[in-house]
Design a protein around this ligand. Structure first.
Ligand SMILES: [Zn+2]
Length: 299
């Protein structure tokens, strides 16, 4: 083999091998919190690497990113975030990353419910993934973004997404029916953060909360008094509280009013894999079941 041909072959082979490697390389998706991460994993299966910046159990509104989080995200292809004023830390974090990473707001196109009090008055309530139609929109947005970026797996993504949507609907519908059978006067959802506007709408529940957003002041005497007064005016059986915040004000209200403390609702964060809600589907199931049990409570 002459010198020229040998070198030509080496260059050709190495370009070919690199091309093959690139073609087989998985895309990397980084998400701001565990729920978006789990939804995405259900769509990608093993076809992509998916990681969440905030860990299971974390408070996600006012999170303080660490240098490790920057390392986690620096080689991402796509970053999925909720937007709607949820991740107050995200834009600054994103500005510290590589310019060619695409940032996608997965709540795009949602018909938002606005916040009724506090510092975020009139702004969209960001917890839209707790509404059933909205959850399906999140899935569509995620599939579209993945398929555009990683076209070779588009068919797989849309097949997985279809099955996942069916699973969510068939899990939620029977639980929803049970709650819609509870007498109207008991259908109050009293929580710590006002994170359940979309869920309350789906279940025809009246919403009452101690504070409107975790990013606001939480558990002030005025907020507590407002909830105690409303409990006294109505036949409210139970108060609940979310997993990522202090339970103290809710327990204090339960004690002062004599109503039931109905336990923990999961909304902003999954638990780790040994906890009660390692997946988004578990989170929905657990929250629906806890609400149903709490509202059917009688002394
Ligand atoms: Zn929240």
């Amino acid at each position: 083999m002459d010198w020229f041909f040998k070198n030509f072959l080496i260059v050709f082979l190495s370009v070919f091998i690199n091309f093959e490697l690139l073609a087989n390389e998985k895309i990397k998706v980084v998400t701001t919190f565990t729920i978006i991460s789990d939804i995405t994993k259900n769509i990608t299966g093993d076809a992509a690497d998916v990681v969440s910046i905030t860990k299971p159990g974390a408070e996600i509104h006012g999170y303080q990113p660490t240098p490790k989080d920057l390392v986690k995200a620096y080689d991402a292809d796509l970053i999925f975030w909720n937007g709607m004023n949820l991740e107050l830390w995200f834009e600054q974090f994103f500005s510290g990353l590589n310019d060619d990473i695409l940032s996608i707001i997965v709540s795009e196109g949602i018909d938002n419910i606005n916040i009724k009090s506090g510092d975020y008055l009139g702004k969209p309530n960001p917890h839209a993934w707790m509404g059933l139609n909205e959850a399906l929109i999140y899935i569509d947005n995620i599939v579209n973004a993945l398929s555009k970026y990683d076209n070779k797996n588009a068919e797989l993504y849309s097949k997985n997404a279809y099955q996942y949507k069916q699973k969510i609907i068939s899990t939620i519908e029977p639980l929803k029916k049970k709650i819609l059978n509870i007498p109207l006067k008991h259908r109050w959802l009293v929580t710590c953060e006002g994170a359940f506007s979309y869920l309350a709408r789906d279940l025809s529940l009246q919403e009452l909360y101690i504070w409107p957003m975790n990013a606001d002041e939480v558990g002030t005497p005025k907020q507590i008094k407002n909830v105690i007064d409303k409990i006294a005016e109505n036949e409210i059986p139970t108060i609940f509280c979310e997993s990522t915040v202090t339970q103290t004000p809710a327990k204090q209200i339960a004690k002062e009013t004599g109503i039931n403390f109905g336990g923990i609702l999961y909304v902003d964060s999954l638990s780790d894999k040994n906890g009660p809600v390692p997946t988004y589907l578990d989170l929905l199931r657990s929250t629906y079941e806890t609400v149903e049990k709490g509202l059917n409570y009688s002394k």
